[in-house]
Ligand binder design. Sequence first.
Ligand code: F6P
Length: 329
Amino acid sequence: MATFSKKIQKLGVYTSGGDAPGMNAALRAVVRAAIGQNLEVVGIMQGYVGMIENHIEAIDQRFVANIIQRGGTVIKTGRSTEFTKPEGRAKAAANLKAHGVDAMVCIGGDGSFRGAHALWEEHQIPIVGVPGTIDNDIFGSDKTIGFDTAVNTALEAIDRIRDTAASHDRLFIVEVMGRNSGFIASAVGLAGGAEEIFAPESLTTVDKAVDRIKDGIARGKTSSILVTAEGQKPGRAYDLADAIRKKTGWDAKVCILGHQQRGGSPTAADRILASRMGAAAVDSLLKGHCDIMIGTEGEKLIEVPLDIVTKNEKKAHLDLISLASVLAT
Ligand code: F6P
């Protein structure tokens, strides 16, 4: 782990990448923990976009009042291609220096942490990361902020779909988020009683899914739900429906849950996780620790070097996916 010795007077905080329910709770924790330690706090608006465009504003305890229950992020978020280049990062570092920012907390996903790691390496700005993404795909942390809420949101939708699927004896394909990762799909699929789960980590095929549905029909099942992770682009569910139609003539209904999974009030679990992680990030910086992420290992909070976080991949557990198939009989 990297360390630094400069005394922090002014702390910057930003949210970056896809928003996640609970980011506001993490922001609130960072701001209030820091001010409690007599630090000044500035918010960097829209993540790396605002860092480059110099949208940096002082924030206090009142700024973060009444946000613990709100989805999204009140300091906005963004994805910046300019920041992926050294010139963009140099511009951002100059702005931070001009504002007297001594250290920062970055609330975001792995792309955001790659940026944070580069800022430390190139400009020695001490940063601690807090994992906020609905995808739960950050290496080094069992849990990420927003995952629990997104899973529950998707599950509520599946329960509703099941009502109509059962009433019409239909096959539904429900597409959940997770561009490169099947955490949401596997959790939602198991908890929602899906017949098969298609995820980047899953070994299932259209043939297997069709066979399973046929087996179910033979046992008296009249409706089925398949869950798929969106893959590289939303719309994978339509490709699956086409493949199933070609193979069987069945008319599978498609339901893409999309960005609604990213919004909404965070669950208690996400608010608690965000509050603990936000406060822990400030503690780590005050100890002089940086270039790390606060992660969870079981119930414990841990510090993980950003280098390790960003160079490794966390894959969804195949055991949830296979358990879902075993139980969907
Ligand atoms: O990283 C979180 C995530 O919600 C992914 O699951 C999804 O693929 C992606 O963001 C969508 O990003 P955008 O909102 O920029 O289209």
